[in-house]
Design a protein around this ligand. Sequence first.
Ligand code: PEP
Ligand code: MG
Length: 586
Amino acid sequence: MRKGIAVSPGVAVGRAYCIHEIFLSPEGEGLAEEDVRGELARYEEAVEKTALDLEALHHKVATQVGKEEAKIFLAHASILHDPNFTSKVREFIVGEKQSAPAALHHVLGEYTSLFARTKDEYLKERLADVRDVIIRLSGHLTDVLQPGAEDIEGPLILIVEELLPSQVVMLGDLQVAGIVTQTGGQTSHAAILARSRGIPAVSGVPNILKHVTNGDLVVVDGREGHVLVNPAAEVESAYRKLQREFVDLKDKLAENRDVPAESSCGQALELMANVNNLQDARAAVAMGATGIGLFRTEYLFLTHPDVPDEEEQLAAYRDIIAAMPDGRVTIRTLDLGGDKTIPYLGHSREANPFMGWRSIRLSFEHPEFFATQIRAVLRAAAPEKGCRKQVRLMFPMITTLDEMRRVRSMVRRARGDLAAQGKPYGDVDIGLMLEVPAAAISIECLLKVVDFVSIGSNDLVQYLMAADRDNPKVSHLCQPLSPPVLRVLTDVIAACHRAGKSVTLCGEMAGGPRAFVLLFGMGLRSFSMSPAFIPTIKELARRLSAPRAEAALHRALQFSTTGQVKRFMSRQLEEIAPNLRMLDTA
Ligand code: PEP
Ligand code: MG
């Protein structure tokens, strides 16, 4: 048995599908002599298509973002046509009689070991560029997934280094039952994506790709963080039974979609969803979400072939608003950097990406780009006949009052521009995501300039604990149930109530049953979570009263260790809703 971090609850049993490098399938048969020439031609064709992609990207980014930012694509084009690079690929195809993707894989390997020896940061970054070019080239040469997924029977367990957002989109219709990643933690984006689809997942399992091959039978226990490879028959059948229970429970809970969200003492709750795209929004409605509490707009950019312009953004935002029965959608502006980057924003390697040039900080550096997004949101909020709308605009990672003031003045300017252009726009509430401890400490002062607050506990916890949420070596410290985190949350929620401002929590902890009880005890009534958790939390809420939750919180705040809080809350949960145990993570 291998141990990792339990990131998405439930149990799955299936056949391993290993993605070493999503873009390559290097273990080819080798080419027959007469096919070599054809393979070279195929490579040339891929080069031409890639060159066209890069040209289009350069043009679009130059006009929409800036000439400086677009330069990266010129650099990529010169790698693509670099004689040394090209001859390495061609020589491998001809000399080794291997396919073009295999040649690219080989050349990437050569460059990687070459660059590994250099201490020069600039050169190291060039490796990322070579890699990017190779990914684009490979996209024109192969199906995105390695052939073979269709040969593996039954539900798949994906085994990957780290699941990138763009890969998730490419997985398309594959029947994925479980996910195991080598890196990442509780709140890494792979984990969030797995949770949003209700797929059991375990992250941070060291070297798992070395120990599993395609077609192996794998068990993913997303409650305990265990992964079993080719277990004994009786172990397998015990887990299959658990898997059936998990699926049955989920199906049963999903039936409560039209039941009102309220506590056993009749307090109304707002259970909203975190989504990345329209598909998620539809899933959220199916799960009974009353709105979208967090639309992570960066996925629109990450999965777009180039840059979504104002009209494209407007269409995407409108679609999501229209998908929600009351048009209740909170749109978060771009939150890139950290673990999510796009090349045209000129992101460079940083020693501490999560403490560096990310999120709102990056948006401020690209004011035109940022203003385009704000305009698109304001336009999407414009009143339309027969379409209810309650659109809120939310800014991530706000640290200081000055930043919030700057944001507000950008929104004012965007309104002025739209009015001058005669384009209709709507009224939106403006809010901040509370993710930085400094903002939590100065919340009273920030509350004066916002209409609402949404607590981004994923980041808030990592910054409070000074532990990178994606680094499995330290992510065990990122515990939302730790006493310091609970204290900060209690204070922030109380401050919002005193100021009469709306407060929501949209971090992953909102969907954790034990955490939910405590947040409810803090007086929080608005939550946004992965859609898959809404039925569970609704069921829990219906068994919970405010006095019981307050008493649990009161006791929990007296503990001094996370272990004590967790054990106490597990016992509480056992009493309040024993049937939900399976849907909590360790
Ligand atoms: C958070 O930080 O809690 C959050 C919801 O934002 P993200 O996970 O996208 O950083
Ligand atoms: Mg965040």
